[in-house]
Design a protein around this ligand. Structure first.
Ligand code: HEC
Ligand SMILES: [Cu+2]
Length: 279
């Protein structure tokens, strides 16, 4: 009998990441992993994380199916084009751990390896500060939002041609076909790439598609920017058709739909070595 001892780090794998998780975004493409941190730091094939804090990695592929695989944390998540998936882990021991793509994703597949570097909180803070970020991820998103002309239609005034996006994130949205959907990352991404798939009630489908124009990295940054657009109290109803029409009974349904979209790979849900110490 062979007993594997995962002394290197521990993992938890459940359907929801803890609320205090550090949010990192990853884009898989032939043949690399690109990561973006909330502070705007970016890296390729290397992911720096602090020890002792849950890290949630939300990922999407820019082309074929890849798989984010860190054997030491026993984390393995297929990364699909067209839909965000996430995985999360808490690393407990500083060090460098292998990151693989466990899907055969093309000829240079074997080059799609990298590392996860687990640092003490102090070293991590130092690393973040030395990261030469041009600004937070949200501020990069704001720049893209202006650069692509989103502001011409999405302005916080009642005469705007597009809905006011303030306070949108995480809220239920009524569509013209009367369905109610939750404004999460996948919804926002789809709104940008396929604006006609779900048309907001009370608006014309005049938004052009930004497919092939806005990159996956930029969509992540724009989404981060939209998340930071807090609802404005002075104008609670925004310019959309009365959101109060959404009945409470419709909300649990959309949350369930949303959970079904996020399907982490079924794996053991218990930590292999909760103490994180070498036995
Ligand atoms: C020509 C005007 C126009 C431009 C330019 C435009 N949009 Fe839109 N957008 C709309 C309209 C109108 C809607 C509502 C109808 C619909 O859902 O298609 C909308 C819907 C959306 C929604 C869903 C909003 C909600 O309340 O649920 C998001 C998110 C969004 N747009 C983001 C963007 C981003 C990001 C850009 C720039 C990359 C952009 N839009 C550019 C007109 C525009
Ligand atoms: Cu790959």
């Amino acid at each position: 009998m062979v007993i594997f001892i995962w002394g290197a780090g521990i993992y938890y794998h459940m359907e929801r990441a803890p609320v205090n998780a550090l949010e990192i975004y990853g884009v898989g493409k032939q043949w690399m992993w690109k990561f973006q941190h909330p502070g705007g730091q970016r890296e390729i094939n290397t992911l720096h994380v602090p020890m002792g804090r849950p890290v949630k990695v939300t990922m999407i592929s820019q082309d074929v199916i890849h798989s984010f695989f860190v054997p030491a944390f026993r984390v393995k998540q297929d990364v699909l084009p067209n839909r965000y998936v996430f995985t999360w882990f808490t690393a407990t021991v500083p060090g460098t751990y292998h990151l693989f793509c466990s899907q055969y994703c093309g000829t240079k597949h074997s080059g799609m390896v990298g590392s996860v570097i687990v640092m003490t909180p102090e070293d991590y803070a130092e690393w973040l500060a030395s990261g030469k970020a041009e600004g937070s991820l949200a501020s990069l998103g704001e720049k893209a939002f202006q650069q692509y002309g989103c502001t011409t239609c999405h302005r916080p005034d009642s005469g705007a041609r597009g809905p006011n996006l303030e306070g949108l994130y995480g809220r239920p949205v009524r569509l013209t076909d009367n369905r109610v959907v939750l404004a999460d990352d996948n919804y926002i991404r789809e709104s940008i790439l396929e604006p006609n798939a779900k048309v907001v009630s009370g608006f014309q489908s005049i938004m052009p598609t930004f497919r092939g124009v806005v990159s996956e990295d930029e969509i992540i940054a724009i989404t981060e920017y939209i998340k930071h657009l807090a609802p404005q109290e002075s104008n609670p109803l925004n310019n959309r058709s009365t959101p109060t029409q959404i009945r409470d009974s419709e909300v649990p349904n959309i949350q369930k739909q949303n959970q079904q979209q996020q399907q982490p790979t079924p794996q053991g849900t218990k930590p292999a070595n909760p103490s994180g110490k070498k036995p």
